[in-house]
Design a protein. Structure first.
Length: 354
């Protein structure tokens, strides 16, 4: 069997860590691109670290950035990957309203830079390309459930930048015959999820409240609905997409949607706290009470200028063509995340826990 060499951008992120683990298990040589940072940013991949001086090491890290073409070309030339997974992005929707130009550069043009690297180095026949596209492309509800044929209507600078990445990937496939595919992935979470995304913010907050380290959880729009799955299931889907003879675009989703409010209730339930919402609308200020104490409060600071109200995906095509489906139901995901955050917080010093 020919050597399988994967290059993962965004290897230090949630999906990068799960994907690197999966590919190492499958016998790949795995190269990851990480950004230079003033402090360690490799916490999620620590367990996979292999001393590069030791013969046979299969996991390698390279400093790089999606905003730097020459750096990307050099890394792709050196690594000669058989598969590139482009997971790097400024991935926070709300932050993209504050840093729209940077988000466009990294998430939009960054995708173009990688595709150009493949072309410039004449690797079209060797290198397959996966683009981390997103359900945020659907944005304003046009059709439910959302599938590959549903029209896009992004609602944030992040969504618009990812739209550019999506179509650039399609264009390079059609124009240059590249094996380039988009995974249109709906929200996926895990204990490794970034702390400022709503699910992790909730499970960390609930753990801190349970342990008496925090009084209250401040959130934004509690009415939004998301199709939440487990990141481990979704990186398996990414790999399956690149194993197909023909490149294509696929929705990966669970097919079930849950309100943020419900996620909050489940997380509290998992630490034996029953919430009673007081019925006021979230955009006035939503409160909920337990024995007279407010544990969750809405802070309009977390509202977005334009919101995506409802996401629910139809993964039929992935199921039929790839044989992919999710394994972890959302209720189990919540429990796993709460349990992990409780354990983490019990052992972390106070300063790191909050
Ligand atoms: P994370 O935010 O956890 O990880 C993003 C990764 O990208 C990190 O490794 C980050 O580095 C890196 N990165 C950010 N900017 C740059 C840059 N300019 N150059 C190089 N690297 C950079 O995201 P996820 O793992 O959750 O998501 C992976 C990808 O999938 C992203 O593209 C995201 O937009 C997309 N996606 C995610 C979904 C989800 O629900 N998780 C759903 C659909 C799509 P650092 O660690 O230094 O910050
Ligand atoms: P999303 O995820 O925007 O869907 O993007 P996020 O968890 O940030 O928000 C989900 C929903 O929860 C609402 N919300 C809050 N969100 C955050 N972050 N913080 C809060 O306090 C809060 N309160 C309510 C949001 O308004 C929203 O409706 C994620 C990212 O991983 C993207 O990179 C990816 O492309 C999409 O999922 C699919």
């Amino acid at each position: 069997m020919s050597r399988k060499v994967a290059l993962i951008t965004g290897v230090t992120g949630q999906d990068g860590a799960y994907l690197a683990e999966l590919l190492l298990d499958k016998g790949y040589e795995v190269h990851g691109i990480k950004r230079r940072s003033s402090s360690f940013n490799t916490g999620r991949i620590e367990a996979m670290y292999q001393d590069p001086h030791v013969e046979g090491a299969r996991f390698h890290l390279h400093h790089g950035d999606l905003t730097d073409s020459s750096n990307l070309i050099r890394i792709v030339q050196q690594v000669q990957p058989t598969e590139i997974y482009n997971l790097a992005a400024q991935s926070h929707v709300q932050v993209s309203f504050d840093t729209p130009e940077y988000t466009a550069n990294a998430d939009g043009i960054g995708t173009l830079r990688l595709l150009e690297a493949i072309r410039i180095l004449k690797l079209e026949d060797r290198t397959r390309f996966y683009q981390a596209s997103t359900s945020e492309l659907y944005g304003m509800v046009q059709e439910v459930p959302q599938r590959e044929s549903t029209p896009f209507y992004p609602r944030s600078p992040y969504g618009v930048a990812k739209l550019y990445g999506f179509w650039t990937t399609v264009n390079y496939r059609e124009a240059y015959g590249l094996h380039a595919s988009n995974g249109i992935l709906f929200n996926h979470e895990s204990p490794l999820r970034g702390e400022t995304f709503v699910t992790r913010k909730i499970t960390r907050g609930v753990a801190a409240i349970k342990l008496g380290r925090q009084d209250k959880l401040w959130l934004g729009n509690l009415d939004a609905k998301r199709d939440w799955g487990h990141a481990r299931d979704y990186v398996r889907g990414m790999w399956m997409i690149l194993q197909q003879d023909d490149p294509d675009d696929y929705v990966l989703a669970t097919g079930e949607t849950t309100q943020v409010r419900r996620f909050v209730e489940w997380a509290f339930e998992d630490v034996d706290i029953a919430l009673e919402w007081d019925g006021r609308e979230a955009d006035e200020k939503g409160y909920c009470r337990r024995t007279g104490k407010c544990l969750v409060e809405v802070d309009p600071r977390y509202f977005r200028p334009t919101e995506v109200d409802l996401l629910i995906g139809d993964p039929s095509k992935a199921k039929q063509r790839l044989g992919w489906s999710h394994e972890t139901p959302v209720r189990d995901l919540v429990r796993e995340m709460v349990t992990a955050d409780l354990a983490l917080m019990r052992h972390a010093p106070l300063a790191q826990a909050l």
